[in-house]
Write a protein that binds this ligand. Structure first.
Ligand code: SF4
Length: 463
């Protein structure tokens, strides 16, 4: 489905905090499907399909998204509906039928859950070897839970209180975090462990808080992780990034929430103390930035001196249209947000429904970037967060009569790989790095031996 770019009926100027009405946070999960008012106007079959899909893949939506972001007159094509509500096509027919049949036969909850668990394991729950390759170990060789350290200068931290989101994205590549299976979760319980790790790793300059969404945490918990970083022993941590979709799914977190003022104070204090604080805002569609609450939240965060950088994946049914990206980037620049990444949908979960071939991804990126001014051309992509590193499709070219993809590492497990162009045979169906083959008759990628050695080393340590 190609997205149309409708003239937006709802378009608001930037609102001040005191102009936005507070609203309570009300969330719906699979067991509340019958309580979501607009769904009651849908057929029972459609609701059953949602129930089946959300048995396998996580579903959570809140009232703000239902009321203010989804245009119910455009359902099922509405992009935010596709972004948040389970779709039949997200499961293969075989997987769908397996779960549907159990419901039709009145199977036990435990039997249904066991079947759903088996289906999940077939959906590549941890792409890019997150479990095996990115978790560091302590001096005794024990895995340090809740931390990933893939690139030299950046540590990812998954605070245990931040492993959920205000709503879930249907395509979420971290979906395995939300299905209640402890063996699939990456989370830490202790700030002490994070600080201990950073204390010993002076090569780390950037700390990325991620989840889930760390902004679901109470400010006092966030403070427990962040405040100690202001001590001189953490001067090497120059940048604190917080990955979040709260600006889209629950902007009231920064406005009328009970501890919103403390959160804003905390961001301000960190900036004043000399840290670069960046909210890595996940956006999929310009619609998410149109409500008064969204705009007031952006304005309030920017007033602290924190920077907002925007990133998000290219997703079929949601934003596979250059006009949507061009408008999104223009909107971001006009609101003072820096466009940062244009990702390729990861090879996990319901990817068959959402993925876009790399060749088309590059066309969409190119057509979109051509429509915007230089300030919006800071968005990098299409970028695949693959196991060896972040690989960008720089273009399609013909060299010595061979049609090729021109690729480069934006980030690599070995920093020396970064910015070295390399070439893959053109393939109009490929959707991920592992579908590509080296061009010009080469047998392997220039980085392949080294990557395999790193991999053997890390995975070997698992055994
Ligand atoms: S906000 Fe991020 S982590 Fe949360 S559901 Fe969406 S993609 Fe997943």
């Amino acid at each position: 489905m190609r997205q149309q770019t409708p003239t937006l009926a709802r378009s608001w100027p930037i609102a001040r905090v005191d102009e936005v009405e507070d609203r309570p946070f009300r969330v719906f999960t699979q067991r509340d499907l019958d309580r979501i008012e607009p769904l009651t106007r849908m057929s029972e079959e459609a609701r059953f399909e949602m129930k089946v899909v959300s048995t396998v893949l996580p579903f959570r939506v809140n009232q703000y998204v239902v009321d203010e972001l989804i245009d119910w007159d455009r359902v099922p094509d509405d992009p935010i509906y596709q972004l948040t509500f389970p779709q039949r096509g997200m499961l293969t027919d075989a997987h769908f039928e397996r779960i549907a049949q159990l419901y039709r036969n009145g199977a036990d909850k435990a039997v249904i859950e066991a079947a759903a668990h088996e289906v999940r394991l077939e959906l590549n729950p941890h792409p890019a070897d997150q479990m095996e390759m990115n978790m560091p170990r302590d001096a005794e060789g024990n895995r340090i839970e809740g931390i990933q350290h893939k690139y030299r200068e950046t540590v990812l931290f998954f605070p245990s209180q931040g492993q959920t989101c205000h709503s879930y994205c249907t395509f979420c590549f971290r979906w395995a975090q939300f299905v209640g299976d402890k063996t699939l979760r990456i989370a830490a319980s202790e700030a002490r462990m994070l600080h201990g790790y950073l204390r010993e790793h002076h090569e780390v300059t950037d700390l990325l808080f991620t989840g889930g969404d760390p902004m679901v945490m109470k400010t006092k918990h966030l403070q427990g992780y962040l405040e100690p970083l202001l001590a001189p022993e953490f001067d090497h941590i120059q940048t604190v990034r917080i990955g979040t979709k709260a600006l889209s799914f629950w902007p009231h977190r920064f406005l009328g929430a009970s501890d919103a003022d403390e959160l804003i104070d905390l961001l301000e204090r960190m900036v004043k103390a000399g840290k670069h604080v960046a909210l890595m805002a996940h956006y999929n569609h310009w619609r998410e930035m149109e409500t008064p609450a969204a705009r007031a939240a952006i304005r309030r965060i920017r007033s602290t001196g924190a920077v907002i950088r925007a990133q998000g994946p290219l997703i079929k049914h949601i934003n596979d249209d250059p006009a949507v990206w061009a408008r999104m980037w223009k909107t971001q620049v006009s609101l003072g947000i820096i466009p940062y990444y244009f990702f390729v949908e990861r090879d996990t979960g319901a990817r068959n429904y959402f993925e876009v071939p790399l060749a088309r991804a590059w066309e969409i990126y190119r057509e979109a970037i051509q429509q915007v001014s230089g300030l919006a051309r800071t968005a990098r992509g299409p970028s695949m967060s693959a196991s060896p590193g972040k690989v960008e499709v720089q273009g399609v070219s013909e060299i010595n009569g061979e049609k090729v993809f021109v690729l480069r590492f934006i980030q690599g497990r070995n920093p020396d790989w970064v910015q070295r162009p390399f070439f893959a045979k053109y393939d109009d169906q490929a959707t991920w790095l592992h579908h590509l083959k080296p061009a010009f008759g080469e047998e392997k990628w220039f980085w392949e031996d080294e990557y395999n050695a790193i991999r053997d080393d890390k995975v070997g340590a698992e055994a």
